[in-house]
Design a protein around this ligand. Structure first.
Ligand code: KIV
Ligand code: NA
Length: 277
């Protein structure tokens, strides 16, 4: 398959082919998602929680993000490489956003950035897209605003709140976003926003009528199950498989079953050399 570019994404959107996106946080997870022909690989700031064990995404620094972007980039051959800007790394001024944004792009070898927020970040998004950085928006439930939202909860349930999310989406489109993630809103809200935009929407917990879907890799693989959101389908339960494999190893070592004397062990060249040694 060919390298996925911004043109590929827009072409899928025009042809109404759903766009696929998955998070990856290190070399092997990027490589497997890439080989599975995922369109976009996101180094999201959920990295903080699902891979680094922080209690919230707010803890993640730009340097930590870049460290993981580098690993993902090395494992990513064809997929389009998108990274989140971390909490507090873009809200202070467009200059701050540009400085940190270019660091993630250049040091982290990423192709595009995702920012959370609506009208209030439109000016920053505009400056970044003018500077040649493809920007994806992120509206609805924005985990970086966890404290202001009072936790992880569905957004836009009332007509008035849905209207505000639509205004945010239109402002982001106007500012030059090439797409927008819509997280955790009722399906009709995501559907209406999608129908009113001329850029793709990528849904998570936003129903089936967006232009594409995204899931957090660790959630859908069942590796991170401190909590599993209602919208996440678990396609595997790798956490349990991994624990099973480790248990088996521990048991075999304790019972002297592993390593096998022939199969996993190196002989010397001859009996004679063994004696001499
Ligand atoms: O950080 C992340 O994983 C995300 C996705 C949920 C879209 O932003
Ligand atoms: Na994120």
């Amino acid at each position: 398959r060919k390298k996925v570019t911004i043109q590929t994404i827009h072409s899928r959107y025009r042809k109404k082919i759903p766009i696929t996106m998955l998070t990856a946080y290190d070399y092997p997870t990027a490589q497997t998602a890439d080989r599975a022909e995922t369109d976009i690989i996101l180094v999201g700031d959920s990295l903080a929680m699902v891979a680094l064990g922080y209690s919230s995404t707010a803890k993640l620094t730009v340097d930590e993000m870049i460290h993981h972007c580098k690993a993902v980039s090395r494992g990513c051959d064809k997929a389009f490489k998108l990274a989140d800007m971390t909490t507090g790394s873009y809200q202070i001024s467009p200059e701050q956003a540009l400085t940190n944004g270019f660091r993630i792009i250049t040091e982290g070898s990423m192709e595009a950035l995702k920012l959370e927020g609506g009208e209030e970040i439109a000016e920053t998004v505009h400056r970044m897209t003018q500077a040649g950085i493809p920007i994806m928006g992120h509206i609805g439930l924005t985990p970086q605003h966890e404290n202001a939202l009072g936790g992880f909860r569905v957004q836009g349930k009332s007509a008035k709140k849905a209207e505000k999310i639509l205004k945010d989406a239109l402002a982001l489109q106007e500012a030059g976003c090439f797409g927008i993630v819509i997280e955790c809103v009722p399906s009709p809200v995501a559907e209406t926003i999608t129908s009113l935009l001329r850029i793709p929407t990528i849904g998570i917990g936003a129903g089936p009528h967006t232009s594409g879907q995204v899931l957090v890799g660790q959630d859908m693989l069942g590796i991170f199950d401190r909590f599993v959101p209602k919208f996440c389908k678990q396609y595997a339960h790798l956490g349990n498989n991994i624990i099973g494999a480790y248990r088996e190893y521990n048991r075999e070592v304790r019972e002297s079953i592993f390593p096998d004397a022939n199969q996993h062990t190196y002989p010397m060249s001859s009996e004679k050399e063994l004696e001499e040694w």
